[in-house]
Design a protein. Structure first.
Lengths: 113, 113
């Protein structure tokens, strides 16, 4: 039973516009959330994270929002650039699961020129 | 500083054959992980080693064994490969179990015929 869900397998966005990636989770014990980015034939790389005690974290063009009551988080990329074309994974962890990461299925983002 | 390295990059096996996937990290991390990535499934944890000398099962351990050879190296063994083990395998490491960031290797693509 997947506890972290990314319901949009793909997203296409024009260069310069905003990309919004969504992630829902079912386990209310998750205390830390992460986004990873993956290019083809490479391993995932850490992008940005947020603790459950916050509702927003910003790093340059990337902002993650957390809505605990809705068990929902989103990643905003503004402005989108061609190099942002990749697969984005949402992940979450909980102390009750020995801090192991649970990953969503990923969203493939394509930035059009 | 190579980060996390994995060998081989690609392997084809016949059903019933065995093989060992190698992983090494040079970041002096305590914790190491093995994941598999399948289409539509995200990354699923196979086994992990919270510290040298310990190993624990993840979400999908059946058909696999692991060895934490030393602090740097964590290998994954398939004793009798099955077509269902066709996947991309990623090794990762983190400073500590529950470390906020896991660093991933480039992956091993395995095809079992």
């Amino acid at each position: 039973d997947q506890q972290v869900k990314q319901n949009s397998p793909s997203l296409s966005v024009q260069e310069g516009r905003i990309s919004i990636l969504n992630c829902d989770y079912t386990n209310s014990m998750f205390d830390y959330f992460l986004w990873y980015k993956k290019y083809p034939a490479e391993g995932p790389t850490f992008l940005i994270s947020i603790s459950s005690i916050k509702d927003k974290n910003e790093d340059g063009r990337f902002t993650v929002f957390l809505n605990k009551s809705a068990k929902h988080l989103s990643l905003h990329i503004v402005p989108s650039q061609p190099g942002d074309s990749a697969v984005y994974f949402c992940a979450a962890r909980t102390r009750s699961n020995d801090y192991k990461l649970s990953f969503g299925a990923g969203t493939t983002v394509t930035v059009r020129a | 500083n190579a980060g996390v390295t994995q060998t081989p990059k690609f392997q084809v096996l016949k059903t019933g054959q065995s093989m060992t996937l190698q992983c090494a990290q040079d970041m002096n991390h305590n914790s190491m992980y093995w994941y598999r990535q399948d289409p539509g499934m995200g990354l699923r944890l196979i086994y992990y080693s919270a510290s040298e000398g310990t190993t624990d099962k993840g979400e999908v351990p059946n058909g696999y064994n692991v060895s934490r050879l030393n602090k740097r190296e964590f290998s994954l063994r398939l004793e009798s490969a099955a077509p269902s083990q066709t996947s991309v395998y990623f090794c990762a490491s983190s400073e500590a179990n529950g470390g906020e960031t896991q660093y991933f290797g480039p992956g091993t693509r395995l095809l079992v015929l």
